[in-house]
Ligand binder design. Structure first.
Ligand SMILES: *Cc1c(COP(=O)(O)O)cnc(C)c1O
Length: 237
């Protein structure tokens, strides 16, 4: 496994997918999904050109911050976040991808207020309506987006989705297209400062090219960079 070669290969595929869709490759950010990776692997990825790391678990985030493993990169939180752990995340990451309840939204707003900051977030949508997954059902999106826009210490930057693991090429494309429509709807209907609502976080190792074709601006890639994870630690949530 050659990490720097993998980074290069993924970057090339991102550029090709963007150009094929008539998009500027600079409009797609590669977020390295670093769950279960060591400090060494994270540092090597950053040395190889990774500029954004996405962490799933609060415990791993805290440990890597303590050892300054993300030096040279931005950090995002991409995993399920429990309300009682917001203190360990708010203000320590530049974007939280996975906000999916009113309770969590209010907890993040409250902690950001305490810190005197504005926290950038995305709302996670359960696009495929999978029981086992986090995210709000699509019909809950307008209400939660409206609330997010009314929170003074939160800046709603867009939407995130984790569709089913795709085994068939193109299988998730319909979900990616729906997500783009959801974002356009929010921008049109309810935002008076929509110019900052520019993030669509979708696409993983198996389907990021399809996600880019449908407008993804942030793709979250683990396996294609770092190789397969140990099975027990590999779940998204
Ligand atoms: C692990 C993970 C990814 C990356 O998954 P791969 O299939 O390994 O690329 C992306 N997003 C989230 C939320 C994850 O937990």
């Amino acid at each position: 496994m050659d990490l720097s070669q993998n980074v290069k290969t993924v970057q090339e595929k991102i550029a090709a997918a963007a150009l094929a869709a008539g998009r500027d490759p600079a409009g797609v950010t590669l977020c390295a999904a670093t769950k279960v990776q060591s400090d060494e692997a994270i540092r090597a990825a950053i040395a190889a050109g990774i500029r954004v790391c996405g962490e799933n678990r609060v415990q791993e985030l805290t440990a890597h911050l303590e050892t300054d493993a993300y030096a040279g990169a931005e950090v995002h939180f991409i995993g399920h976040l429990q309300t009682n752990k917001v203190r360990q995340v708010v203000g320590r990451v530049s974007l939280i991808h996975s906000v999916d309840s009113e309770r969590l939204l209010r907890a993040i707003d409250g902690q950001a207020e305490k810190l005197g900051i504005v926290q950038d977030i995305l709302l996670e949508v359960n696009a495929a309506r999978e029981e086992s997954k986090g995210g709000i059902p699509p019909e809950g999106l307008p209400g939660l987006a409206e609330l997010a826009l009314s929170c003074p210490h939160i800046r709603l930057r867009g939407l995130m989705a984790i569709p089913p693991v795709s085994t068939v090429p193109g299988a998730n494309r319909k979900y990616f297209a729906q997500m783009r429509h959801f974002l356009v709807d929010i921008i049109e209907k309810m935002s008076d400062n929509y110019s900052v609502m520019d993030c669509l976080s979708m696409g993983m190792s198996g389907d990021y090219e399809d996600a880019i074709a449908e407008g993804a601006t942030l793709i979250r890639v683990g396996t294609a960079l770092f190789g397969p994870r140990p099975p027990a630690a590999g779940t998204a949530h």
